[in-house]
Design a protein around this ligand. Structure first.
Ligand code: SAM
Length: 229
């Protein structure tokens, strides 16, 4: 018993420190986001091999050659998305499931699409063990053009890089809805927020970032199958 409680105390301390030093000190202001990231155990979303890096200030490898994003970028994207309880959110790129868990901790109902079945299954199991106010459904699918059948969404978060904002994603936003997406070439992107006002989309840039590519018609070709890349 002592050992288990000790381990929990250690990760809770690491999490509190991450929130203070990496998030609050570097400009994350939304208290609800800070609380959610203080509450959700990030180490649950990382395989054993890299778990000791769960609270490091960096993206960490997960299975299928993918990554769980750096804590700061998760916080910033969540802050830009500004989910409210009951909002319907679409995430493209489930990865570890951590970002979806943060959105559900803020009360959003999330549909998250992932092209790798093994990541989707791991993420489902991890999220099922948490008691969250919002819901998370994870589907195995190419999400590069979003989910037209479920639209409109109050928010869409793309946690992989796209060369441009796919017009299909703009169209799947509700009026007033927010799209957060890293836009740019494979090696460096600009974190972009697009807010829909009727048939206008107001775009703002929120700094440089580096994400793994969104693969598919709304993103990049899968280079494993393209001999010219
Ligand atoms: N949000 C994740 C988390 O919290 O761990 C991190 C996502 S990771 C940086 C990007 C993910 O996007 C990868 O798991 C990758 O397989 C997925 N992905 C790339 N292209 C995709 C597509 N067209 N449809 C669905 N998922 C895709």
């Amino acid at each position: 018993m002592g050992t288990e409680e000790g381990a929990t105390d250690i990760t809770a301390r690491q999490r509190a420190r991450m929130v203070d030093e990496q998030l609050r000190a570097r400009g994350i202001r939304d208290d609800r986001v800070l609380e959610a990231m203080t509450a959700i155990p990030r180490e649950w979303f990382i395989g054993e091999r890299y778990r000791r890096r769960a609270y490091a200030d960096e993206a960490v490898p997960i299975d299928a050659g993918q990554t769980i994003s750096q804590p700061w970028i998760v916080a910033r994207m969540t802050e830009l998305l500004a989910p409210r309880p009951g909002d319907r959110m679409l995430e493209l790129g489930t990865g570890s499931g951590y970002q979806a868990a943060i959105l559900a901790a803020l009360g959003a109902d999330v549909l998250s699409l992932e092209r790798h079945a093994e990541l989707a299954q791991q993420a489902r199991e991890r999220i099922a063990s948490l008691d969250l106010p919002g819901s998370v459904e994870i589907r195995v699918a190419d999400g590069s053009l979003g989910d037209p059948a479920g639209a409109p969404y109050d928010g869409i978060i793309v946690t992989a890089a796209a060369p441009a904002i796919p017009v299909e994603l703009r169209d799947q936003l509700a009026d007033g809805g927010r799209l957060v997406i890293p836009v740019g070439p494979r090696n460096r992107q600009i974190l972009t927020l697009a807010v829909r006002h009727g048939n206008d989309w107001v775009e703002t840039a929120h700094g440089a970032c580096v994400f793994v590519p969104l693969i598919g018609p709304g993103g990049f070709p899968d280079e494993r199958f393209d001999p010219f890349l």
